[in-house]
Design a protein around this ligand. Sequence first.
Ligand code: THU
Length: 160
Amino acid sequence: MKIIKQDIVYKVAQSLDELHPNDQELILQAKHFANRSYSPYSKFKVGVAAKLKSGKIVGGANQENASFPISVCAEQTVLTNCVINHPKDPIMQIAITAKSAIQKIIAPVTPCGACRQSIAEYEQRQTAPIQLILQGETGPIYIIDGVSHLLPLSFDGSVL
Ligand code: THU
């Protein structure tokens, strides 16, 4: 039997100063959109900002519901917004951030499994990877060149 090892690759910056000014701006936009979160139950505000090929920035934030499973992650809100309002404009990057009323978020928050699968589908639709830029309220920044680094062996719709 063979053992197959698959590496994931991501960059870590210790502060925003290490990023290109456009990427710094995208993180700041994500922090701005975190204020649009509706999260009275978890008190965990996730904000995202997608940069499109045209340069346009589209925002999103998690939207909760008293019936918890109905809640929508921030990533899902921005993906839907992009494809409905900018169908011909591929997504180049998504910055993701979070803040909490319960504790200071000092590490990057990575997308949940369902959101990784959704981002993977959008990458397939546009046949180009989406760079993810992740930061908590403070602390290091992860830069990930495509969701495949977060979702090896992902389910692929080509089998359907
Ligand atoms: N959440 C997101 O918006 N994105 C993720 O990738 C993980 C979790 C939201 C869902 C819920 O409103 C809150 O964070 C706590 O789980």
